[in-house]
Design a protein around this ligand. Structure first.
Ligand SMILES: C[S@@+](CC[C@H](N)C(=O)[O-])C[C@H]1O[C@@H](n2cnc3c(N)ncnc32)[C@H](O)[C@@H]1O
Length: 256
């Protein structure tokens, strides 16, 4: 690891890495077009939490006047859709470029958005019970501890509010790049295992961590949530996808 990276915490390494991926055309950093915004205003819309499947519209209900937090959901991909559907959105993401894109789309489409460059491993800069919905696409693979994030989600949601979240579920961290050999033990934790850190550096993959179902689902239940719905998804490409082996989860949970 370079001397510079050694000095940085992993969250900053990830923010820098993701900003560079976005410059290189990363799919999850491409904002929606004006046409997509207009179509959403006319009821033609879809959003993703995971690589291939769209989130059922029934998970959202009527979004008019709803206060939505886009957690690690920057990039101008989902918040503009929710704004077009009448919601009031706040987005927090640690990548400066993802936040920039949110502001650019908001200006282009003429709406106000609260866009905060913030680290979700820290206490969220929001009041208790501030939001009706938290939309949280796959992103907690970039943090070591997910339980504290579930607890903060619970704190900032209103009673009756929904957490709509997408997560990895560790299969991708077991296998080699050809997805043929199991090469890693779990948990995949590059801060503990230099060999795993080297794999990430060789792949320019930032700093990523695997998380168990105990952490992803158990952690939500522990925080007080009730799990209402769940579906799995695949990578969208590669051998695991071709074998229809799921590697992601999408969940809808309620703060009663
Ligand atoms: C796969 S993207 C999700 C957003 C994207 N619009 C999408 O739908 O895929 C993962 C996001 O997590 C953000 N992220 C990674 N680590 C973070 C952290 N510690 N705090 C807040 N956001 C973080 C990244 O900047 C990136 O925008």
């Amino acid at each position: 690891m370079s001397a510079k990276n050694k000095a940085m915490n992993y969250q900053d390494i990830n923010a820098e890495t993701i900003d560079r991926w976005i410059e290189e055309g990363w799919e999850w950093g491409k904002p929606i077009s004006h046409e997509e915004f207009e179509a959403a205003k006319n009821g033609d819309w879809d959003v993703k939490l995971t690589p291939t499947k769209y989130v059922p519209h029934s998970w959202f209900g009527d979004l008019r006047g709803k206060k939505i937090l886009g957690l690690a959901s920057g990039g101008g991909q989902q918040m503009p859709i929710f704004e077009a559907l009448g919601a009031a959105c706040t987005v927090m993401d640690y990548s400066s470029k993802q936040i920039e894109s949110e502001k650019l789309v908001a200006e282009r489409e003429g709406y106000e958005i609260r866009a905060i460059q913030g680290d979700m491993t820290k206490t969220f800069p929001f009041e208790d019970e501030e939001f009706d919905i938290i939309f949280h696409p796959v992103s907690n693979c970039y943090v070591k501890d997910v339980r504290s994030i579930w607890k903060e989600c619970y704190r900032v949601l209103k009673h009756g509010g929904y957490l709509i979240a997408g997560t990895d579920h560790y299969v991708n961290y077991l296998v080699d790049n050809d997805e043929k050999m199991i090469i890693n033990h779990l948990p995949f934790d590059p801060l503990k295992d230099p060999e795993q850190m080297k794999q990430l550096q060789d792949d320019d993959a930032g700093v990523q961590f695997s998380h168990s179902l105990e952490e992803q689902i158990g952690g939500q239940l522990e925080a007080g949530f009730r799990l209402l719905d769940i579906y799995e998804d695949t990578n969208g490409e590669g051998r695991l996808h071709e074998l229809n082996i799921p590697t992601f989860l999408a969940m809808r949970s309620l703060k009663e």
